[in-house]
Design a binder for this molecule. Structure first.
Ligand code: F6R
Length: 610
C-alpha cells in the first residue's frame, strides 16, 4: 500500500506532489509528507492524519523548488506518527526517500546499521534504506543511482523507492521490486508515481518500470538502467483514463460516483467482445485442444474479487461444465492444492497488486498451471505474472470499497464462461445468443436500477442505527449476500453477516430477534421459493425484511417491509443487478452514520502485504 509521487520539471513541485498524493490517497491515509529540493537544501514537511493535514502544513512552510517526492502512508511498521511518516532521511540529512512495500529483513539491517553508528528516528522499515544508501554514497559509490542499486541488493522483500539527494540536485532516482511504480512523461517535466491517477492531470503517457530497474529522472530526460545496469529504452503507452474519471465529478464521494459509473464501466468491459453467437477473447490464446484438456479450474481471489469469483464459478460450471474450485488466495497459497498442466487458474484482482493473489499465481504457474488474470489496473504486477490477461475496463476506482470493479469482474467472468462453453460445445448457439443479448442489455438495466432508488434512502432511515444485519441469498444470490454484507461492514462499521439462505436454520437464525434486519436476495429464480421460505422463518422470529426482488413481483413484495426492485433478467447474470441496490443501501447507511465512505478506517485500496 502507500502512495508515492515524484516530480521534476519547470513547475513548483510541492503543488504537483500534493495534488498527486490527493489522487493516491486511497492507497493509504494515516500520514503523508513531501521532500522538496531547493538551493542545495532539502525541505521536508510531514503530517499525521489524512492528506488535509499535510495540505495545512504546506500552507505555512516555504517549500518552493522544482524537484521533489511525496508519500501517503498506510502503516505497516510503526504507528501512524509524524516520525514514522515519509520521507525518511539518512544521518547527513542530505538524502530523502519514500518507499512503498515491506523490507522483511529490516530488523537485522537496522541492528547492523546501528552498530555502525547510524541514528534512527522512526520505527519504520523504510528508514534502513536511507541509511544503506548513505553508506553506499560514503563508501565508494560515485552516484546516487549506483548507491540506490547497491543498497537495494541488501533488501529482502518488496519495494518501490524514490530518492532525492542534495549531492545530485537535478535528479530523482527510483527503483522497484514487486511494488508498483510508473513514470509519467510530461511536457513541463517528468513524473513518478505508484498509480497513474497521480499524474493524470498532467500526462497520459506512461512508462512501466520493471522489477530490477533503476530510473533516473530529470526535467527533460528519463534514463532507465536494467538489472545489469545497461541503459535501456522502454516504450511509453498512452492510457485512455481521463482526469474527470479520477475526480469526483460532482458527486459527494468517489464511491457514489463509481456506483453510478457502472453502466458505462460494464459497457466498456464487454465492448467488442461479441460476434454473433460467441465471445471473442483474443487474449485467451489457448488451442482448442488445451481448452478441451482443462480438467479443473481454480478461481483465486480476495474480498470482493472473491465474491466475483464465486459468481464466476456458478457461471462456468453451469455453462461450460468444468469443475471449478474457489479459493481465498491467502488459503490457496499455503494449502498445497492439486495442480497440473491441465489446470486453469483464474486470478481476479481489481488492483492487480494483492500480495496473496500474486503469490498464489506464481505458485500455480510453477506447478504447471496456466494462469488467466482478470485485472483492472493496467501494468499492475498481476498483469505481468499471468499467461492470459483480461482487463476489466472500469477505469480508476478511488473509493476503497470496490463497486464498479466488482460488476466489471462479473462481466469478465461471464465472458470467460461463455468462451469456454463455446469452445467445449456445452451451450447451443441459441442459448449463447440469448445470454449475449442479455449482457448487451445489461448497461441499460443497471441504469434503470440506479434511477429508481428513493425507497433505499427511505429504508436507510429505519435501519441505520441498528447494530447487526443478516444478509441471505441462494444460488448466485449467495455471493451477492456475502458481497453486500462485506460492503455494509467495511464502510458503515455495522456488524453484517452474509449467509447461504439455506444455512440460516443451522445457526444464524439464533441471531434474529425483534427488528433484526434480514436483507434477502429473492429475485425471480429457480430457488426463489426456497429463499422466500427462509424469509418466512425470519418473519416468524420478528425480523424486519428487506428484499431485493424482481420489479413487479407482487407476491415477494408482500413479504417485505422494504422492497428494492431490479429488472427481470437471466438468473446467472442477475448478481450484476441485485448487487446495485445493496451497494447504495450500504452507502446511504454509512453516510447517515457520518462515516467516511471513500476511506473507511483500517483499510487500503491495494493490499500488498500478507
Ligand atoms: C472490498 C474490497 C476488498 C478487495 C480485496 C481484493 O470492497 O475492495 O475486499 O476486493 O482487498 O483486492 P483486489 O481486487 O485488488 O485483489
Amino acid at each position: 500500500m502507500c502512495g508515492i509521487v515524484g516530480y521534476v520539471g519547470s513547475e513548483q513541485s510541492s503543488k504537483i506532489l500534493y495534488e498527486g498524493l490527493r489522487r493516491l490517497e486511497y492507497r493509504g491515509y494515516d500520514s503523508a509528507g513531501v521532500a522538496v529540493m531547493n538551493d542545495g537544501g532539502l525541505n521536508i514537511v510531514r503530517a499525521v492524519g489524512n492528506l488535509a493535514h499535510l495540505g495545512k502544513a504546506l500552507e505555512t512552510e516555504d517549500v518552493s523548488g522544482n524537484i521533489g517526492i511525496g508519500h501517503t502512508r498506510w502503516a505497516t511498521h510503526g504507528k501512524p506518527s509524524e516520525a514514522n511518516a515519509h520521507p525518511h532521511q539518512d544521518c547527513t540529512g542530505n538524502l530523502a526517500i519514500v518507499h512503498n512495500g515491506i523490507i522483511e529483513n529490516f530488523a537485522e539491517l537496522r541492528e547492523e546499521l546501528s552498530g555502525r553508528g547510524h541514528d534512527f528516528h522512526s520505527e519504520t522499515d523504510t528508514e534502513v534504506i536511507a541509511h544503506l544508501i548513505e553508506e553506499q554514497m560514503t563508501n565508494g559509490c560515485d552516484s546516487l543511482p549506483s548507491a540506490v542499486r547497491e543498497a537495494s541488493k541488501s533488501l529482502d522483500g518488496t519495494y518501490a523507492i524514490a530518492a532525492v539527494c542534495t549531492d545530485d540536485p537535478d535528479h530523482i532516482v527510483a527503483a522497484r521490486r514487486d511494488s508498483p511504480l510508473v513514470i509519467g512523461v510530461g511536457e513541463t517535466g517528468n513524473f513518478l508515481a505508484s498509480g497513474i491517477p497521480a499524474f493524470l492531470a498532467h500526462t497520459r503517457e506512461v512508462i512501466n518500470i520493471e522489477n530490477g530497474d533503476v530510473v533516473i529522472l530529470s526535467a527533460d530526460s528519463i534514463t532507465i538502467l536494467d538489472e545489469n545496469d545497461n541503459s535501456i529504452t522502454r516504450e511509453s503507452e498512452t492510457v485512455d483514463w481521463d482526469v474527470a474519471a479520477a475526480e469526483k465529478g460532482g458527486y459527494d464521494d468517489f464511491m457514489l460516483k463509481e456506483i453510478f459509473e457502472q453502466p458505462e464501466a460494464f459497457r466498456n468491459t464487454i465492448r467488442g467482445r461479441f460476434k454473433d453467437d460467441h465471445v471473442t477473447l483474443d487474449e485467451l490464446k489457448l488451442t482448442d485442444q488445451q481448452v478441451a484438456d482443462i480438467s479443473k479450474i481454480y478461481i483465486v481471489a480476495c474480498g470482493t474479487s472473491y465474491h466475483a469469483g464465486m459468481v464466476g464459478k456458478y457461471a462456468i460450471e453451469k455453462w461450460a461444465r468444468i469443475p471449478v474450485e474457489l479459493d481465498v488466495a491467502s488459503e490457496f497459497r499455503y494449502r498445497d492444492p492439486v495442480i497440473d498442466e491441465n489446470t486453469l487458474v483464474i486470478a481476479i484482482s481489481q488492483s492487480g497488486e494483492t500480495a496473496d493473489t500474486l503469490a498464489g499465481v506464481v505458485q500455480a504457474r510453477e506447478q504447471g498451471a496456466k494462469v488467466l488474470a482478470v485485472v483492472n489496473v493496467v501494468g499492475s504486477l498481476l498483469t505481468r505474472e499471468a499467461d492470459i490477461l483480461i482487463l476489466t475496463h472500469a477505469g480508476p476506482e478511488i473509493g476503497v470499497a470496490a463497486t464498479k470493479t466488482f460488476t466489471c469482474q462479473l462481466a469478465a467472468m461471464y465472458l470467460v464462461g461463455l468462451y469456454l462453453a463455446t469452445a467445449r460445445g456445452t451451450l447451443s448457439s441459441g442459448e449463447r445468443r440469448s445470454i449475449i443479448s442479455e449482457l448487451e442489455r445489461m448497461p441499460e438495466m443497471i441504469q434503470e436500477t440506479l434511477e429508481d432508488h428513493s425507497m433505499i434512502t427511505e429504508a436507510t432511515e429505519k435501519y441505520f442505527e441498528l447494530p447487526d444485519f443478516l444478509y441471505l441469498g441462494r444460488g448466485v444470490g449467495f455471493p451477492v449476500a456475502l458481497e453486500s454484507a462485506l460492503k455494509m461492514k467495511e464502510i458503515s462499521y455495522i456488524h453484517a453477516e452474509g449467509y447461504a439462505a439455506g444455512e440460516m436454520k443451522h445457526g444464524p437464525i439464533a441471531l434474529i430477534e425483534d427488528g433484526t434486519p434480514v436483507i434477502t436476495v429473492a429475485n425471480n429464480s429457480l430457488v426463489q421459493d426456497k429463499v422466500l421460505s427462509n424469509v418466512q422463518e425470519s418473519i416468524a422470529r420478528g425480523a424486519s425484511i428487506v428484499i431485493v426482488g424482481t420489479r413487479g413481483d407482487k407476491t415477494t413484495m408482500g413479504q417485505a417491509d422494504d422492497f428494492f426492485p431490479v429488472p427481470e433478467c437471466d438468473e446467472i447474470l442477475s448478481p450484476v443487478l441485485t448487487t446495485i441496490p445493496l451497494q447504495l443501501f450500504s452507502y446511504h447507511v454509512a453516510k447517515r452514520r457520518g462515516c467516511n465512505v471513500d476511506q473507511p478506517r483500517n483499510l487500503a485500496k491495494s493490499v500488498t502485504v500478507e
